[in-house]
Design a protein around this ligand. Structure first.
Ligand SMILES: CC(C)(COP(=O)(O)OP(=O)(O)OC[C@H]1O[C@@H](n2cnc3c(N)ncnc32)[C@H](O)[C@@H]1OP(=O)(O)O)[C@@H](O)C(=O)NCCC(=O)NCCS
Length: 177
């Protein structure tokens, strides 16, 4: 009832092949297993299930399960800057290795971006892959994100070293349908 203003997110967002539905605590173990796959920790770092459980309860980040054919394929999330001067939203995504490289990441990011732009009134979205994450950069470029610049030594990797990140942004009329 409290979320009457967000009917489409509550009932799920439909992409071409993916469905995004709000994550619940029942999804934690499956999502934590995906986040701990080496193909994902390479870019996200390791995930503690209890941290994920706590994250799901946070009001400032909305987590969605990415479903493909009824199976949990990964997670996509957004956070919003609510200060009206800087109103914008940022997206993060992780797909299980067996669902990577099939277009589902592009589909999921496009679907969430459309919701944020068309239904949540955003005019600007950001996403910040590792500068070395060529697949992520290609997928986001396909959706309409454009590189802003390299954030030097932005995030610490599993190797303990800081690595560059690429800040990308998309304005409301730049979404590639
Ligand atoms: C990054 C991620 C979301 C991309 O989703 P995906 O479903 O695997 O990617 P898609 O199949 O939608 O698209 C990949 C694009 O990258 C291209 N690509 C694949 N490998 C590539 C590489 N090594 N170098 C450059 N481009 C590459 C593909 O050709 C495709 O582009 P195209 O559609 O123009 O042909 C997904 O792989 C993932 O979750 N990876 C693990 C975690 C991660 O990296 N998260 C992102 C953190 S910002």
């Amino acid at each position: 009832v409290a979320q009457n203003d967000e009917p489409s997110a509550v009932h799920g967002l439909r992409g071409r092949g993916v469905t995004l539905r709000p994550a619940t605590h029942e999804d934690v173990s499956v999502l934590a297993a995906i986040l701990n796959e080496p193909e994902v920790t390479k870019w996200w770092g390791p995930a503690d299930p209890s941290d994920l459980e706590a994250d799901l309860a946070l009001a400032d980040v909305e987590h969605f399960v990415i479903e493909v054919g009824g199976e949990t394929a990964g997670m996509v999330q957004f956070s919003e800057e609510t200060d009206p001067m800087y109103h914008a939203a940022g997206i993060d995504i992780a797909l299980s290795a067996r669902f990577q490289g099939l277009g589902h990441g592009t589909d999921a990011v496009r679907t969430l971006a459309r919701y944020l732009l068309e239904e949540r009134g955003h005019h600007r979205l950001t996403i910040d892959p590792a500068a070395a994450n060529a697949r992520a950069i290609a997928a986001y470029t396909r959706v309409g994100f454009r590189p802003v610049g390299v954030m030097r030594q932005y995030e610490r990797g599993v190797d303990g070293e800081f690595h560059d990140g690429l800040l990308m942004e998309m304005l409301v009329d730049e979404l590639v349908p």
